[in-house]
Design a protein around this ligand. Structure first.
Ligand code: C5P
Length: 216
């Protein structure tokens, strides 16, 4: 019988976060959510109970996945913490590293001096928070790395810095962000594997199969 994720709870973050400047403006990024949604769907197809915490995307909720919609990084962290315990945590979201320090509850006027600089504060690092939690840490914590250069070196360093078990690294120098395909490196404690360029849905299936093999 094929490897299965039956009986496992897999928690996935996906998409961008949106950090308000005022009621009509925000800081965000080009993440489409496609890779995270594909991973969530692939884990569900292998029998896992899947919770997907998603920032704003244009995608339909995947079948057989509990999808929680959030906007900001802080809301994403809260939804992740509420969804624990999990056997596997996969941080695919492109979380905004910074947010405006004091979002305005009124639309800002462009002529205001305030708009010549926008004070920012750091957002929580969701992957690091979950990877470095003590009791209740998921057995397998997987992070993503999107880099435009030195992909392998940076991914190996990122695995250590975040304290996660695996890093899935992709080269975003081409059309990966928002595109249908992805070319990835899988960095584990045992070394680095290079996966052929494939549809994001196929990358999702390969990753789900690898997680099932890990038997966490
Ligand atoms: O540090 P960097 O943003 O390059 O790390 C990317 C990885 O960390 C991804 O797995 C992403 O989902 C996760 N991350 C996070 N919270 C942040 C920043 C990144 O979970 N605030």
């Amino acid at each position: 019988m094929a490897d299965t994720l039956k009986g496992r709870h897999v928690l996935v973050t996906a998409g961008p976060t949106r950090e308000p400047i005022d009621p009509v403006r925000f800081i965000s990024n080009h993440s489409s959510g496609r890779q995270g949604y594909a991973i969530a769907a692939a884990c569900a197809a292998l029998g896992a109970r899947v919770t997907l915490v998603a920032g704003p995307t244009a995608l339909p909720d995947p079948d057989a996945v509990e999808t929680i919609h959030i906007e900001t990084a802080r809301d994403m962290l809260a939804a992740v913490e509420t969804s624990l315990p999990a056997d596997v945590f996969i941080a695919v979201a492109a979380v905004a590293d910074w947010r405006p320090a004091e979002p305005s509850d009124r639309k800002l006027k462009l002529d205001k001096a305030r708009f010549s600089s926008l004070p920012l504060v750091e957002n929580p690092d969701i992957l690091k928070t979950i990877a470095q939690m003590g009791d209740g840490r998921p057995g397998l914590v997987i992070g993503f790395a999107a880099e435009t250069h030195d992909v392998e070196t940076l991914a190996v360093a990122k695995r250590k810095r975040k304290g996660c078990d695996w890093i899935v690294a992709n080269d975003v120098s081409g059309d990966v962000m928002g595109g249908a395909e992805n070319a990835v490196l899988l960095v584990t404690a045992d070394g680095v594997e290079s996966w052929d360029r494939a549809e994001k849905s196929e990358i999702g299936r390969r990753l789900a199969a690898r997680i099932a093999e890990a038997r966490v």
